[in-house]
Design a protein around this ligand. Structure first.
Ligand SMILES: [Zn+2]
Ligand SMILES: [Zn+2]
Length: 247
């Protein structure tokens, strides 16, 4: 199993420790064909500032001219509400090669969403069906309203979802479900249910340090443990994923 690309990485525009070029250099060094720069969007705990996107784009263009690895311009948008709002405009997404969506702790959400969405997820260890339904609906609404290509680290920040339902809807929309190199929150049953659908998976490092680009041992362990068929994974063994641009 050899990774062809890493589609979820962070840099020092937020709380990563290296530059865009550092990540690209590392991707080239370890033989990846593609790497995406997907910084935390505007309302994460650590987030880009207004005016950062043109700078990131510029850094990516510079890296493209210096290295042969293909560099994708993207974002990790935050799921901000029960209504599927995200923290970046659809106009800004149009320009991007890839849009990753994640739910995080401590997002700068509206107070009502902190109380009704984020806090219960963080505080309640065994969420009710209603809470899981509400989280699942938040993702589905985001997928309906915005251009999304990858659902990152499902289950993180206590945001438990109905993986089967999301997988069915992701398959219809060509959205990939991520096996995150650092954060795996899937249960055996989640994996079994997702495998019954047509959804495809993508392996991403979520590197916050350039040396972690392409490092995905947790994802690889998961694949081995649950004997996940390798043809369900879009970024290994020479395969390059396609990221739809919406519409
Ligand atoms: Zn994330
Ligand atoms: Zn991330």
């Amino acid at each position: 199993m050899k990774l062809t690309g890493d589609y979820h990485t962070h840099t020092n525009y937020t709380h990563g420790t290296g530059s865009v070029e550092d990540s690209v250099r590392q991707a080239e060094k370890i033989g990846l064909r593609q790497v995406a720069i997907t910084e935390h969007s505007y309302k994460g705990w650590n987030h880009i500032k207004p005016g950062d996107l043109p700078k990131i784009k510029h850094d990516i263009e510079e890296a493209r001219s210096k290295y042969s690895v293909d560099v994708l311009y993207g974002i990790e948008a935050n799921l901000m509400s029960r209504n599927g709002d995200i923290d970046i405009s659809d106009e800004e997404l149009k320009d991007m090669d890839i849009v990753v969506l994640g739910c995080h702790k401590h997002s700068h959400a509206k107070l009502i969403e902190k109380i009704k969405f984020f806090l219960p997820n963080l505080l309640i260890k065994n969420p009710s069906k209603k809470q899981i339904e509400r989280n699942t609906m938040a993702y589905l609404k985001a997928m309906d309203k915005h251009r999304i290509n990858v659902l990152a680290h499902l289950g993180y920040a206590g945001c438990r979802v109905d993986c089967e339902r999301l997988a069915i809807e992701c398959a219809k929309r060509n959205i990939y479900i991520e096996f995150n190199g650092k954060r795996i929150n899937f249960t055996k049953s989640d994996i079994e249910k997702m495998l019954k659908t047509d959804v495809k998976f993508i392996i991403n490092s979520d590197a916050h340090n350039p040396l972690n680009v392409g490092r995905n041992h947790r994802a690889f362990n998961l694949i081995e443990k649950y004997k996940i068929p390798l043809d369900r994974i879009v970024n290994i063994d020479g395969r390059i994923p396609e990221f739809h641009r919406g519409e």
